[in-house]
Design a protein around this ligand. Structure first.
Ligand code: AMP
Length: 297
């Protein structure tokens, strides 16, 4: 495979990304990019791309000069009653968005390319993957850790970028990469929100206009909780009041609303000051997650 050298600008928004469907093509592409002196960034996604994903691509282009996005709706991270079949798939629009942002390649494997017949391995992370989404979605982080490990070993990028929107996922991935000595730098990218503060998500497409008005309350409640913690309220008090606010806002259910230590996601002790507020709520067909940094005052 030939990688056409891109002039100094590094970003060429007039060229459609090279589409790679097999691991062999992906590896050949990375090898060619490296032979051309490029630093390679991987941006793993499940598609239905939006500006949150594009923040990862933009950051990738700042820290590397050859960005490969992957688009793979990973069946292994969906539970039996979850939205795997309904998950939005918008290939043409995704490709256009990646082109417009200057991503040079997209890895778009089939399920059988990722999980050929006979596939029998699993990466399972203890600790950070327990509780929160790990409790609400049994097996989810095994699926995430397994597919991300595969993608990292398939591409062997210099850096890989993940959103802080999926804070627990980011911690799980950092753990796997450290534990398994995978030679890649993991870069976390701050959450991109819409003009009303709602974290951009492919699943926001499930919300109708009334549900959207409720959904935007999630970020407001988390911000309020961060302010309460900074003002000296205890995590337990902040969670109690936050839950009441979410209920008042009209969410159908709260999977969890918790305050943990920012990095290890442990239950905070008196001396822990760097905290993270994490929540998952249900609204119609949508399950929304969000999180926010908090410093105890
Ligand atoms: P997904 O396609 O939902 O699996 O997300 C792919 C990557 O994009 C993950 O690393 C997400 O954390 C990240 N991402 C999704 N939404 C956002 C957002 N609103 N802001 C920043 N990163 C995001």
């Amino acid at each position: 495979m030939t990688i056409t050298p891109i002039a100094d600008t590094a970003v060429d928004t007039t060229r459609s990304p090279v589409v790679l469907k097999t691991v062999a093509d992906l590896r050949a592409c990375v090898a060619a990019a490296r032979a051309d002196g490029r630093r390679v960034a991987l941006v793993p996604t499940m598609g239905a791309l939006h500006d949150g994903h594009m923040a990862l691509v933009r950051q990738g282009l700042q820290q590397a000069d050859f960005v490969i996005a992957s688009i793979f709706v990973n069946p292994a991270q969906f539970g039996p009653n979850e939205d795997f079949s309904a998950y939005p798939r918008t290939w043409e629009a995704d490709l256009a968005l990646l082109a417009a942002h200057g991503a040079q390649a997209v890895f778009y494997p089939s399920v059988s390319e990722m999980y050929p017949s006979g596939f029998a391995s699993k990466i399972s992370v203890t600790g950070v993957s327990e509780g929160l989404c790990g409790a609400a979605r049994p097996g989810h982080f095994d699926g995430v850790a397994t597919v991300v490990t595969k993608l990292l070993l398939q591409a062997m990028p210099d850096i890989a970028l993940f959103g802080e929107k999926d804070w627990q996922q980011l911690q799980v991935i950092r753990r796997v990469v450290d534990d398994l000595n995978i030679p890649v730098t993991i870069v976390g990218v701050p959450t991109v929100r819409d003009e009303n503060g709602l974290a951009l998500s492919s699943r926001n497409a499930y919300l109708n206009a009334d549900q959207y008005k409720i959904a935007v309350r999630l970020n407001i409640v988390l911000s309020d909780m961060a302010a309460w913690l900074a003002a000296g309220r205890s995590p337990a008090q902040a969670v109690k009041e936050g839950l009441a606010r979410l209920e008042e806002a009209g969410f159908d259910a709260v999977d969890y609303l918790e305050i943990r230590t920012a990095d290890g996601l442990a239950l905070p002790g008196e001396t822990d000051t760097a905290l993270r507020i994490l929540a998952a709520v249900r609204l119609g067909r949508a399950r929304l997650i969000d999180n926010m940094a908090a410093v105890r005052g």
